[in-house]
Ligand binder design. Sequence first.
Ligand SMILES: Nc1ncnc2c1ncn2[C@@H]1O[C@H](COP(=O)(O)OP(=O)(O)O)[C@@H](O)[C@H]1O
Ligand SMILES: [Mg+2]
Length: 244
Amino acid sequence: MTKITKRFGGVTALQGVDLTAYAGEVLAIVGDNGAGKSTLIKVLTGVYQPTEGQIFLDGKPIEFSSHADAIEMGIDAVYQTLALADHLDPAANMFLGNELTKSVFGVQMLDNKKMRTETERVLMERLGVTLKSPDAPTESLSGGQRQAVAIARAVYSEGLRVLVMDEPTAALGPQETARTLNLIKALREQGLAVILISHSLDDVFEVSDRVHVQRRGQCVGVVNTHASSTQEVLGMIIGAEEAA
Ligand SMILES: Nc1ncnc2c1ncn2[C@@H]1O[C@H](COP(=O)(O)OP(=O)(O)O)[C@@H](O)[C@H]1O
Ligand SMILES: [Mg+2]
């Protein structure tokens, strides 16, 4: 993303932001409330159109007019809310709006068995996750398992290149947080570009390769995680003048 500016009427949410994400890497985005993190990833995922600036994929300029366009080009997001249909089982959630069907005596019917086995396969192969109760409503699953279902739905698309995760551990306890960070590492191993928005610098330092720091709508720096520290990143989040 180069020189991305996004204005909402008189409010400038983003001002000339550059962001680069690479395959096989976790890029963390950090910053205070209102720094522009969510707006930045909504521009990346086609939810918002930038006021100015451009997005490139493999060096080629791309444009989307909707979130569906971004998904088509291999860019998707898992939001904190997960957007799961709680009363439906995991397989129904995986295929929501893209249900698999089979023809029975010339009549198209839902292929529940195939959706179930595909769901179990993707969860196991891509995320190393086994569901404790695959036919129970999604609301009865643990936070970590629900997260896995939401991620599985995104990675089921073979063309997925970039996965954005907005505060994936915010509602989770320590054990489930550790599991979710492991899922993120697995996706990186599989060559995805993972973009992680997080308030938890512990999570950021555990799992990311680089950290992009947003402040008041601008990118105030990008650091290599291994060459940086929570102090340095905190200082960038708060800003030198406030810290001094
Ligand atoms: N839809 C919107 N309309 C008007 N202002 C918005 C809208 N979305 C975000 N903003 C403003 O843009 C700025 C950045 O917000 P946001 O991207 O949500 O920050 P963050 O996710 O880092 O907390 C804030 O000042 C916010 O009030
Ligand atoms: Mg936000």
